[in-house]
Design a protein around this ligand. Structure first.
Ligand SMILES: Nc1nc2c(c(=O)[nH]1)N[C@H]1C(S)=C(S)[C@@H](COP(=O)(O)O)O[C@H]1N2
Ligand SMILES: [Mo]
Length: 264
């Protein structure tokens, strides 16, 4: 960090970023170092921004109290990615897992779990609703995604965050027929990306995420349905379009007929 070249620059986030207008023309101190030091420089400013309440104006999902937490939170979809690579990460307690943030960013980043744990965190108790007809209330702790996006310094024209997961589904039948297999992925727009309840969670109910619930990192985007809550996240790609990714509809289930905006 000492050798990181610190520069002062303006974060240029231009049109098409609904809900993130507060960043426009906002002077920032960032570094050119392509990893963790960027985040620290964004933290101070992020804290000031949230304290000023500039993120308000977007509806919050209902939050619950600890007594509401479901005794059993069903796990769904992939319960264990089960690849040799993933099993090795489990054996090492995810010591070499990295969250990469790349695409339309000035500062691509690669963050370890301990690095993420050192950042400002948010804890929220929310209800998860799966389209299959079940719900559960859980407590999630993680880093606000907006803070990471700010540290990564989005390029003009950026519109979506795409979450690439490590699991490959075998192709479950859905909406009339066998489906082809594919890697799980999801995407959200930057309005949800900067929403205060959108976090990259590393803990559930006060404990590190377990394998069934997405260890070591998952998305929580609380105003949307269960299938948007990507588990086993390894990479966040910032893009202006997801039409070139997999089936082009912005998510594993979207490619199989589900709505892209899964509002609750
Ligand atoms: N990587 C990945 N993320 C995923 C899934 C999945 O199969 N793989 N399933 C989704 C669905 S449909 C739901 S309801 C939730 C389930 O989260 P849980 O296992 O923590 O209950 O994860 C979502 N995220
Ligand atoms: Mo789901």
């Amino acid at each position: 960090m000492a050798s990181a070249k610190v520069i002062t620059r303006r974060v240029a986030i231009l049109g098409g970023v609904a809900g993130a207008g507060w960043l426009v023309g906002h002077a920032d101190t960032l570094t050119l170092s392509p990893d963790f030091s960027n985040v620290f420089h964004a933290v101070e400013d992020w804290t000031k921004t949230t304290q000023r309440g500039l993120l308000v104006g977007d509806r919050l999902a209902k939050e619950y109290s600890t007594s509401d937490i479901s005794p059993v939170f069903k796990a769904n979809g992939t319960l264990d990615p089960g690849t040799n690579e993933y099993n090795a990460h489990v054996a090492q307690n995810f010591a070499s897992w990295r969250l990469k943030i790349d695409g339309m960013v000035a500062n691509p980043m690669s963050l370890s779990i301990p690095e993420l744990r050192r950042l400002p965190r948010r804890t929220q108790i929310t209800r998860h609703d799966c389209v299959e007809g079940w719900s559960a209330i859980g407590m999630w702790t993680g880093v606000p995604l907006g803070l990471l996006l700010k540290a990564a310094a989005l390029k003009p024209g950026a519109r979506y965050a795409v979450f690439h997961c490590t699991d490959n589904l075998t192709g479950e039948p859905a909406k009339g027929g066998e489906q082809s297999p594919g890697q799980y992925y999801e995407s959200i727009d930057l309005r949800d990306g900067f929403h205060p309840q959108t976090i990259i969670a590393y803990a559930m109910n006060g404990k590190p995420l377990d394998v069934a619930h997405g260890a070591p990192l998952r998305l929580r985007v609380e105003r949307q349905l269960g299938y948007k809550q990507a588990k086993y996240v390894q990479r966040i790609e910032i893009t202006d379009s997801f039409s070139q990714i997999a089936g082009g509809r912005g998510g594993y289930w979207e490619d199989r007929g589900y709505e892209w905006y899964a509002g609750i």
